[in-house]
Design a protein around this ligand. Structure first.
Ligand SMILES: O=C(O)C(=O)C[C@]1(C(=O)O)C=C[C@@H](O)C=C1
Length: 259
């Protein structure tokens, strides 16, 4: 899909292809993070004497990166959602002027606080190499976290494109549901259980393939770095439900643009 060509962005098959590719990035990022211990000091506020900053080492690191990336226009792209939208810097490059494909309020749909909470409290304990601290790996842990968080955020906020494509395909049906503020009805309308099942099955296969050394496949006990069942659980309980929440939050406001 090409963000300069709106028709390619709102094609549900293209969107789903992009989501499939993002699985690979997410799995590899989680595998990368899994070699380190939990290291709670990365996530607790005010553990380190960071000058002029109150918050965790991870928050500080991610903010520095977002400031730098905002200057190379990362957050002008409609598929990138910052964790610190109020603290970005202006780019000295000319603006990109992507043709609008999403509703005018789409930047206000930002699930990154929830993604951060879910990642720290649910995903990190599931995938880390052990509990406790690894002081020599604070930086590597934190950069692995940032990669994983950004990949998860991009995937989950892709729900906006899915929602827009679905709204355009069934405008009348969604208009009724939105006017009735029928959250359950919207959730039902955006759910495609067959697609979800396919994703979970594919994750199981990918987890078995990517997480192991392929030359060891005939050995008795090839070790997965992140257990395939854990990947499935992360998607089933966290990634897909949050994607659906982004879709629903986006759709609930979708008639604002029609007025
Ligand atoms: O592919 C879709 O139709 C989506 O809405 C995306 C997604 C997902 O998160 O992967 C979410 C809800 C559907 O039930 C199926 C899949």
């Amino acid at each position: 899909m090409d963000f300069m060509k709106p028709e390619t962005v709102l094609n549900l098959a293209n969107i789903r292809d992009a989501l499939v590719r993002m699985e690979d990035t997410i799995i590899f990022d989680l595998i990368e993070r899994s070699q380190f211990f939990q290291s709670p000091s990365v996530y607790k506020p005010d553990v380190f004497p960071i000058p002029d900053f109150q918050g965790s080492f991870l928050e500080w690191s991610l903010l520095q990166l977002e400031k730098a990336h905002s200057q190379v226009r990362r957050y002008e792209a409609p598929d990138e959602t910052p964790f610190f939208p109020d603290q970005l810097l202006k780019s000295f490059l000319p603006p990109l002027n992507y043709p609008p494909v999403l509703a005018s309020y789409s930047n206000e749909i930002n699930a990154n606080d929830e993604i951060m909470r879910m990642y720290i409290h649910e995903i990190v304990p599931l995938i880390s190499a052990g509990e406790g601290e690894q002081p020599e790996n604070l930086g590597s842990t934190c950069t692995a976290d940032i990669e994983a968080l950004q990949a998860l955020s991009r995937r989950i906020h892709f729900g906006k494109f899915v929602a827009e494509a679905k709204f355009r395909a069934e405008t009348e049906r969604f208009t009724k549901l939105i006017l009735n503020k029928d959250v359950e009805g919207i959730e039902d309308a955006i759910t495609n259980s067959a697609v979800e099942e396919k994703i979970l099955l594919r994750l199981l296969e990918k987890g078995q393939a990517y997480g192991t050394d392929p030359t060891m496949k005939y050995s008795q006990n090839p070790q997965s770095k992140v257990k395939p069942e854990v990947l499935v659980r992360i998607y089933k309980d966290l990634v897909i439900p949050l994607t659906k929440k982004v879709e629903t939050d986006y759709l609930l406001r979708r008639l604002e643009d029609e007025q």
